[in-house]
Write a protein that binds this ligand. Structure first.
Ligand code: FAD
Length: 410
């Protein structure tokens, strides 16, 4: 018996192994991952870890003893170079071969590179791994001014850290608002206002044409001729799925490794989960989605572990996500984009966003998702509403007197 082999020791790979044991699966389970060490969580890297509020030990998903106690083999610092589907065998970059009965691809995603001159200058950083977080944190301790390229989640979380540390920070974004692909315009406006209030400068509609050296980064050059002085630049312009291994093995790739409703590829001996997988979602009316979140990695892993333990079921968990940016806790339930109607619950004008506000997003007359800023109760209710398929009318959602909780509980 060769057992179950998982490529990737990230959030999804770890959870798959843990959930197999929780489901009573007793056979061999091996995780192979390119990064050294044991599985750790990435979310604190741009938040608590960057602020020095937690250390590397605090990032660990489980202490070392857990893996031995549960008979889980973790092989870190090992890259899988190829999959031989006919022989059900992996080829490791070290030259070794590793046989499997079932293979789970949990290869995650990697940072999208910034394709401009000077992108290899010292002083330019990206943030995905613990090693990158350590390098960024060390650079931040010396930085006098910071530029962030990309007003996505990671860019904004890092900008909030800079603001909290009193380091001047400019966020450069090609589109006309922050989080343009991720949240409603109403929510983006609230988030922008909060960052501006904390001292962050935004340059919207600004394309980066290069990084100015010569020996190390001194400024970010914009296509309109302006330059933004900075001795530390964080590039956060999205990620690309690590799907090349699957593609080279002849598996279908469609914005990630294409899997079906139970997260299986067209090869019954191979599944894919987490950031690297695209799957048909009932929360997107059956459309194929690829989701980059802890929830998606964890619930996808649980779904596959249950199937491998003999209890197959479609992956229907409600997607949810969070992002902490200084005083802001943004939580999103469901898949809000695209939406054709957005209504607000809570009044940010009276007391600012600290008092909390939610945006209920509708698609085709039904609740598609809810964005909550400093309103955790709304977020929990939204998850229940979406799981049960109960949709408040837009009028009910906007009415602070309407009891959404009772509707959610049925
Ligand atoms: P990953 O965690 O990326 O793990 C994949 C692993 O596979 C990597 O270690 C990679 O090296 C390895 N690998 C890839 N190819 C190979 C190969 N050929 N051989 C061997 N190993 C390989 N999500 C939230 O929900 N909330 C947040 O607040 C949040 N904050 C974040 C902050 C940061 C800084 C980052 C980077 C991400 C954040 N995320 C957040 C996203 C979340 O961490 C990811 O969605 C999650 O880690 C995905 O898990 P995964 O296992 O699919 O991929």
């Amino acid at each position: 018996m060769n057992g179950i082999v998982v490529v990737g020791t990230g959030q999804a790979g770890f959870q798959l192994a843990a959930s197999l044991r929780e489901n009573g699966h007793a056979g061999p389970v091996t995780l192979v991952g390119e990064e050294p060490g044991l599985p750790y969580g990435r979310p604190p890297l741009s938040k608590a870890y960057m602020l020095g509020k937690t250390d590397a030990a605090g990032l660990a998903l489980r202490p070392e003893a857990y893996f031995a106690e549960h008979g889980l083999t973790v092989r870190g610092a090992e890259r899988v170079a190829a999959i031989d589907r006919a022989a059900r065998r992996l080829h490791l970059a070290s030259g070794e071969a590793l046989a499997y009965d079932h293979l789970v691809l949990a290869t995650g995603s990697r940072n999208r590179p910034l394709p401009v001159p000077g992108a290899d200058l010292p002083g330019l950083h990206q943030l995905r791994t613990l090693a990158e977080a350590d390098a960024l944190k060390a650079a931040l301790a010396e930085a006098r001014s910071v530029a962030v390229v990309g007003a996505g989640f990671i860019g904004l979380e890092f900008a909030a850290v800079c603001a909290q540390k009193g380091i001047p920070v400019t966020v450069i974004e090609g589109l006309d608002r922050p989080l343009a692909r991720s949240v409603s315009p109403a929510m983006a406006a609230l988030i922008e206002a909060s960052h501006v209030g904390a001292g962050t400068r935004f340059l919207f509609g600004s394309a980066v044409s290069g990084l100015v050296g010569p020996d190390r980064v001194r400024a970010v050059a914009l296509a309109d001729g302006r330059e933004v002085a900075a001795d530390l630049v964080l590039v956060g312009i999205g990620v690309l799925p690590n799907d090349e291994l699957a593609k080279a093995a002849g598996l279908r790739v469609e914005n990630g490794i294409a899997v079906d409703a139970v997260l299986a590829t067209e090869d019954p001996a191979i599944s894919a989960i987490g950031d690297c997988a695209s799957f048909p979602s009932p929360h997107a009316e059956g459309a194929r989605v690829r989701i980059e979140s802890v929830q998606n990695a964890v619930d996808g892993a649980r779904c596959v572990a249950a199937r491998l333990a003999g209890r197959p079921a479609a992956f229907t968990a409600v997607p949810w996500f969070w992002s902490d940016q200084g005083p802001l806790k943004l939580q999103i339930a469901g898949l809000c984009q695209p939406h054709d109607l957005a209504v607000r619950r809570g009044d940010p004008e009276s007391g600012g966003v600290q008092r909390g506000v939610s945006v209920f997003c509708y698609r085709g007359g039904r609740l598609a998702g809810v964005e909550s800023l400093n309103r955790p109760a709304d977020h929990m209710i939204a998850r229940r509403l979406l799981q049960s398929g109960r949709s408040p009318t837009p009028e009910q959602a906007a009415d602070p007197g309407f009891d959404l909780k009772s509707l959610a509980l049925g």
